[in-house]
Design a protein around this ligand. Structure first.
Ligand code: GTP
Ligand code: NA
Ligand code: MG
Length: 457
């Protein structure tokens, strides 16, 4: 897309907010998918990404009869977990994004992770709009499926309107207490100083057209320089996953530049930096979630901004959250390798200095990091002696059993979202090593706590 001869990339938009505010459901409503109902416990535990092409946005915003001139090729949306133990993942998500949507449940107002998200946005100097979600829960709300919000509100009863206004005013006051001016976007006369509120329903779709149009129009109006496409590759690894038929793959967000099949790349690894070549560049279909298993489209090359699954050899020990580098013909590989290890060292140094503590295992470095954050919080406070990524094997049980002599309860493996091999399970039973598995982080804590309480009795 061209504006004044400039080539704009898609804005990257991060969805943030308190747990269950409706972040994933809003995306489901936009995509016409049902990702949220497939989540364990209805909770998002990984960063997700979806590409929304301009033509879909145009279609979806038709009802607004706005001059929806779209200069950007689309919108890349990143979904984040709202549970309190995911601070690290959220900060990573917001660090990547050009704009954010802060989702607030109109029935609840500002909640702890709303405020935490706000603080992350302030720290990162990230612009955002507020989705005041779940308006359909106002008592007596009349549904106008996928309608612009102004139109839907005008047709509500007097009671609904006054209830809406009462809650809106209250929430504007709560934002004020956080030092922010906010206003309904269609009444906002100080765009840029006063943050925009878009009332939405992720269930019946009211306000979703407004949200999409505002995101696109606002970014392409105020962020031309930032969104001007640059050739220099800027790419972050979100996750590492084994995918049937592709081996271990990495999910990345390409912010700038082009990736090609066959490119030599360097990513951060558990032991040392990994140097490999791109075997396949895969994307989900447009309007589909990257983190949901499905069919992937292969590409010879992909231009930013996009979310991409990369297949290559030796990615088993890659680490999420760090940058991916492309080695150009004149680049010094050793210098590139050096710059990849910094982030890894920061995570791996987080095991307990005493050498005493439980063994922690998780599916991705992102979730491992989140789990370590959680175990470190004062209310939980469980020391960790060793960490690992991937399924629980015999070697892990052996390592954990070495703790049994130091303190019985530390002879424990907390396994998040990973499988336990039958051999490992058998050895654990023989040695008296406890293995707790869960796909919701705080359930691990509940199990471990019950075990300790039981030991004390
Ligand atoms: P986490 O990812 O776990 O932080 O939650 P989330 O913010 O992604 O919320 P999610 O999409 O999981 O929605 C939480 C619950 O609220 C689900 O039961 C949704 O069906 C419901 N919900 C979300 N949006 C709306 C809405 O606009 N109206 C109504 N009535 N329910 C909604
Ligand atoms: Na949820
Ligand atoms: Mg979610």
């Amino acid at each position: 897309s061209v504006q004044n001869g400039q080539d704009l990339r898609s804005p990257i938009c991060c969805i943030m907010g308190h747990v269950d505010a409706g972040k994933t459901k809003i995306l489901d409503c936009i995509r016409g998918t049902n990702v949220q109902e497939g989540e364990a416990g209805g909770i998002t535990q990984q960063i997700g990404a979806t590409y929304l092409p301009a033509e879909n946005i145009r279609e979806r915003t038709k009802g607004l009869k706005a001059d929806a001139k779209l200069n950007v090729p689309g919108l890349l949306v990143i979904d984040t977990p709202g549970h309190e133990s995911f601070t690290k993942l959220r900060s990573r998500g917001s660090g990547l994004c050009d704009i954010a949507v802060l989702v607030v449940d109109i029935m609840h107002g500002l909640e702890p992770q709303t405020i935490e998200s706000l603080n992350l946005l302030k720290m990162g100097n990230t612009d955002f709009v507020i989705a005041l979600n779940k308006v359909d829960r106002l008592y007596g709300w009349k549904t106008f499926r996928n309608a612009p919000i102004g139109k839907a509100i005008r047709q509500q009863s007097k009671d609904v309107m006054s209830e809406f206004n009462r809650r809106l005013t209250e929430i504007i006051t709560q934002f004020k207490e956080q030092g922010l001016n906010t206003e309904l976007y269609y009444k906002n006369k100080e765009m840029g100083e006063t943050y925009n509120i878009v009332p939405t329903s992720a269930i019946s779709g009211e306000g979703i057209p407004d949200l999409l149009l505002l995101l696109v129009q606002w970014t392409q109006k105020t962020m031309i320089t930032r969104l001007t496409y640059s050739e220099k590759v800027q790419c972050t690894v979100l996750d590492i996953k084994a995918i049937e038929g592709h081996g271990t793959t990495i999910d990345v967000v390409l912010v700038n530049g082009v990736l090609h099949e066959g490119d030599q790349i360097v990513v951060c690894g558990m032991q040392e930096p990994i140097v490999t070549s791109i075997r396949a560049l895969l994307t989900p279909h447009p309007m589909r979630e990257l983190r949901v298993k499905g069919t992937y489209l292969p590409h010879k090359e992909i231009k930013a901004a996009q979310c991409i699954k990369i297949a290559a050899q030796e990615l088993e020990h890659a680490i999420a959250g760090a940058s991916l580098y492309v080695v150009g013909p004149n680049d010094d590989i050793e210098a590139i390798k050096k710059s990849t290890v910094e982030y890894k060292n920061s995570v791996m140094s987080r095991i307990h200095k005493s050498g005493k503590g439980v063994y922690v295992q998780a599916s991705t470095l992102g979730s491992l990091e989140a789990l370590l954050d959680f175990l470190e919080t004062p209310a939980v406070n469980i020391p960790v002696s060793s960490i690992s990524i991937g399924p629980v094997h015999i070697k892990d049980v052996k390592k954990a059993s070495a703790m049994l002599d130091k303190k019985k309860e530390y002879g424990t493996i907390l396994a998040f979202d990973v499988k336990v091999t039958p051999e490992a399970r058998k050895l654990a039973d023989e040695n008296g090593v406890k293995i707790f598995t869960a796909d919701i982080i705080y359930h691990l804590f509940d199990q471990f706590k019950a075990y300790i309480d039981n030991l004390k009795e």
